[in-house]
Design a protein around this ligand. Structure first.
Ligand SMILES: *[C@@H]1O[C@H](CO)[C@@H](O)[C@H](O)[C@H]1NC(C)=O
Ligand SMILES: *[C@@H]1O[C@H](CO)[C@@H](O)[C@H](O)[C@H]1NC(C)=O
Length: 273
């Protein structure tokens, strides 16, 4: 919808005299600025987020949608999942609460379906690269959020989404020069050994591991205890995000709000059902 407005406005202004050309580009720039109103990572639902009726998570393998018949369905080439809540409510929405539960609610507020409860905290429901959905959490570590999330996720997807480049799972590495990416941010370990979170444009540094020049061919690994570490070529740990936690599969999400955050372990998944 925003895209349409921009085009409409741009074509109107372009028809006007050349004196307004500067104004036109200024307006276009302003309108094209990333705005919180399009807060949809495409493959992640965080605690506090709500998918509206017909809203979905999607990637190249699968679509996870809260349908207008109130059924929550994972379409994944025969390896799917359904909540079997067909017509159990009207205009149902899907949200993730601070107990790590996915909740289907009918528009009259009735709770229709929910997943098991975990300890209080922030969670992430992730459409994994293999096309299954997993609930990870609670939050173990995060860089500061750059802006506050909007609570209702816009069902309109980005043209560039979806990709899995915003996720790093336990046992996965980011080698020198490799990066996680979301719409506006990059998270990468450079040739200088610094793990840095930066704006995708302008390269302004938002957070760094302070391991600059402390090693050669440095890399980053997330382990099964929820620890993210920067290691050098001799596999020596130069920086670690925090103490070891419960063993299990964890995930680091580079969020649309500019935070890199570790959630885990995985507590529920469509794959197990
Ligand atoms: C809400 O809607 C559901 C399904 O339509 C219905 O079974 C339930 O009785 C309603 N609850 C209230 C409080 O209106
Ligand atoms: C459900 O959504 C439709 C379409 O937005 C709307 O026309 C209808 O009134 C809604 N029904 C309820 C019970 O909220």
């Amino acid at each position: 919808m925003e895209g349409k407005q921009v085009t409409h406005l741009a074509s109107n202004v372009h028809m006007a005299a050349t004196s307004s050309l500067l104004l036109s580009s200024l307006l276009a720039l302003l309108l094209l600025q990333p705005s919180p109103s399009t807060a949809n990572e495409g493959n992640v639902l965080l605690t506090g987020d709500t998918l509206p009726t017909n809203g979905e998570l999607s990637n190249s393998k699968a679509v996870f949608v809260i349908q207008n018949d109130c059924n929550l369905v994972l379409y994944n080439n025969g390896k799917g999942f359904a909540s079997k809540t067909y017509e159990a409510g009207v205009n149902c929405t899907l949200s993730l609460n601070d107990r790590g539960q996915l909740l289907i609610k009918s528009s009259n507020g009735t709770l229709v379906w929910f997943t098991p409860r975990g300890p209080i905290g922030k969670y992430a429901a992730v459409l994994r690269p293999d096309g299954q959905v997993g609930i990870f959490g609670p939050l173990l570590w995060s860089t500061p959020e750059v802006w506050a999330m909007k609570r209702v996720v816009d069902p309109v997807k980005f043209s560039t989404a979806p990709s899995d480049k915003n996720l790093l799972f336990s046992s996965q590495l980011l080698n020198e020069g490799e990066k996680l990416q979301t719409r506006d941010y990059n998270f990468m370990v450079g040739k200088d050994c610094e793990l840095a979170l930066a704006k995708a444009t302008g390269n302004s540094l938002l957070w760094g591991s302070r391991t600059k020049l402390k090693g050669d061919h440095c890399y980053v690994r997330l382990n099964y205890r929820g620890q993210l570490a920067v290691l050098n070529d001799f596999n020596n740990k130069l920086w670690v995000s925090g103490p070891p936690k419960q063993e299990g599969v964890h995930v680091l999400v580079l969020q649309i709000n500019g935070a890199a955050a570790i959630y885990g372990p995985e507590r529920w998944t469509t794959a197990a059902l």
